[in-house]
Design a protein around this ligand. Structure first.
Ligand code: ADP
Length: 303
């Protein structure tokens, strides 16, 4: 698999606080990669590092196969557009003026691409209206247009739908899908809003306390989420041992009950448990939402 971004054991320490703690992640080319974690998990920190806004404490990453400590990382970064925290726009300028400004900064030879870019993000009819009078969603879309000015093939969006109304959320979602499908732009989106991400993402990276808890494709997540088996046994300590040996995800609820997050072979599991004198009392397959799968990995609530 070809990766646009790979990080290897990346750490970032702010004084005594370890914001990233050996993070390894892999963003495949062409993916919409949902970077998921609770607030404070380290998502923005990772994004700041790959954008070159901060330096890692240790570990490394590569963009298009170029390592962060190589001189050529600057060239790789030119292929990348990003909206980090708040969109980088001038509030006293119109949408068109904002794009002209960005074209000047990038040293682009002509403004010819601007009308198409405005149309792409649905801001072609904003005329003389200054960005300060835009809705939050329009500002966010203008921020995305600015980040697209250099024609990147990798777009990084930090919490793009935070604070948006439902209509604004739909517009951003449709824009991201269009950029991915029609322009083959690889997208990394950080979010703690799983429900929205699950409508877009082809891959997920689940981060907690600065560590990658799990990376998986949407198909894998879907398969794992649907298969949640509630099991009642005579001793969950034995069950945990057996499930560990089978490399299966689970959550113990009590001395006798547990959830298993995988498609299990009931006969095989029952025989394995019987060998350890553990009896299966009941088994029930449940639907498990993406959100619960998530919580089973990182615990607590998403917030
Ligand atoms: P997320 O984007 O997942 O919400 P962040 O990467 O913003 O998380 O933050 C991770 C942790 O690092 C948080 O606990 C935050 O308070 C801390 N942090 C972020 N930036 C700084 C900084 N400049 N100095 C000290 N601590 C910071």
């Amino acid at each position: 698999m070809e990766y646009v971004l790979q990080t290897d054991n990346l750490t970032k320490k702010y004084r005594n606080f370890q914001a990233l703690n050996g993070l390894s992640m892999h963003v495949p080319k062409g993916a919409i990669y949902g970077f998921v974690g609770k607030n404070g998990a380290g998502k923005t920190t990772l994004i700041r590092l790959i954008c070159g806004l901060q330096e890692p404490t240790s570990g490394e990453f590569s963009l298009y196969g170029i390592k962060n400590n190589s001189r050529d990382i600057v060239k790789s970064r030119r292929r990348m557009g990003a909206v980090v925290e708040t969109p980088a726009i001038y509030l006293d300028m119109t949408a068109e003026e904002n794009l002209k400004q960005q074209y000047l900064i990038l040293g682009l030879p002509s403004y010819d691409g601007i009308p198409e870019l405005l149309k792409l993000v649905g801001l072609e009819n904003t005329g003389k209206k200054k960005a300060k009078h835009f809705s939050l969603g329009m500002k966010q879309r203008l921020g995305i247009a600015v980040s697209l000015a250099g024609d990147p093939d990798f777009l990084v969006l930090d919490e793009p739908v935070n604070g948006l109304d439902p209509q604004g959320i739909v517009e951003i979602r449709e824009l991201i899908l269009k950029l991915n499908h029609e322009r083959q732009i690889t997208v990394l989106i950080s979010s703690h809003i799983l429900d929205e991400l699950s409508r877009l993402a082809t891959h997920y990276g689940i981060i907690d306390h600065g560590r990658m808890v799990r990376e998986l494709s949407a198909q894998e997540l879907d398969a794992a989420s649907r298969k949640c088996v509630c099991i009642e046994v005579s001793d969950t300590a034995v069950l945990a041992r057996v499930l560990d040996s089978m490399n299966l995800e689970y959550r113990i609820h009590s001395e006798t009950t547990a959830d298993i997050f995988a498609k299990i072979n009931v006969t095989q599991l029952t025989i394995a448990l019987a060998k350890e004198n553990c009896e299966v009392l009941s088994i029930q397959e449940n639907d498990e939402s993406l959100e619960s799968f998530f919580i089973s990995l990182v615990g607590g609530t998403k917030q």
